[in-house]
Design a protein around this ligand. Structure first.
Ligand code: 13P
Length: 249
């Protein structure tokens, strides 16, 4: 059975006091669940978040990292630095990193390698833009993102990989992929992995959906057979909404 996961990507939101307040609310209100629950605060708040949650079932994860171990890379943070404060999972390839910080598949392949070399887990994000979908290129685009950034990995490395399909047109727009659109793409992703590797490996990979997931639509999206949870942006910033989404899994 593959893992069910609900992860909150807080992006560049919440200062230290706000982070502590939201964590305190989450600790009070998150239900017991068989799913893995994760939150990704911004870098400056990772360690306090880790300290506040280390005895709980909620994992604190990073939103990004650099591909090198250390050196003259001003402003960057390495895998070993994250691990030194207890963080063992990182989100890579988010569409905002791709769009605003020029991260492409080749760079992301290096970041994925660096994470795995450091025995870290990766939540790898990818997905098409609206123009790709309108031009009916969304399947080929997603296949190329997976091929270029992940298909050099050996079978063993896949135990570190969780996928997050996030159609760019659904991120922060209020427009969600329909449960059918999500299922169709997730099924395609799993088939593509099975074709490259094998069915057993493909069946073991958790594939999350991200893009305007809310308490009101989460249950229907999560009910689809190839949707194993969600990567949540806006709705993870309010305890009540995030808890509602966790309850839906
Ligand atoms: P929203 O849930 O705000 O659409 O963001 C999704 C996302 O980008 C999660 O990484």
């Amino acid at each position: 059975m593959r893992k069910k996961i609900v992860a909150g990507n807080w992006k560049m939101n919440k200062d230290l006091a706000e982070t502590q307040a939201l964590i305190s609310d989450l600790k009070k209100s998150l239900p017991a669940t068989n799913a893995e629950v994760k939150i990704a605060p911004t870098f400056t708040n990772l360690y306090p978040a880790y300290e506040a949650l280390k005895d709980s079932d909620v994992e604190v994860v990073a939103q990004n990292m650099h591909q090198e171990e250390n050196g003259a890379f001003t402003g960057e943070i390495s895998a070993s630095m994250l691990k030194s404060i207890g963080i063992t999972t990182v989100i890579l390839g988010h569409s905002e990193r791709r769009a605003y910080f020029g991260e492409d598949d080749a760079l992301l392949a290096k970041k994925v390698d660096a994470a795995i070399k450091n025995d870290m887990d990766v939540i790898f994000c990818f997905g098409e833009e609206l123009d790709d979908r309108k031009a009916d290129k969304h399947f080929s685009l997603v296949e190329s993102q997976l091929t270029n950034a992940l298909f050099h990995l050996g079978e063993d490395a896949w135990k570190h990989i969780v996928l997050a399909y996030e159609p760019v047109w659904a991120i922060g727009t209020g427009e969600t992929a329909s449960p059918e659109q999500a299922q169709e793409m997730h099924e395609f992703i799993r088939k593509t992995i099975a074709k490259k590797y094998n069915q057993t490996l493909a069946d073991g990979v958790s594939i999350l959906y991200g893009g305007s997931v809310k308490p009101a639509n989460a249950e229907e999206i999560f009910s689809k057979p190839d949707v194993d949870g969600g990567l949540i942006g806006g709705a993870s910033l309010k305890a009540e909404d995030f808890v509602g989404i966790v309850k839906a899994i």
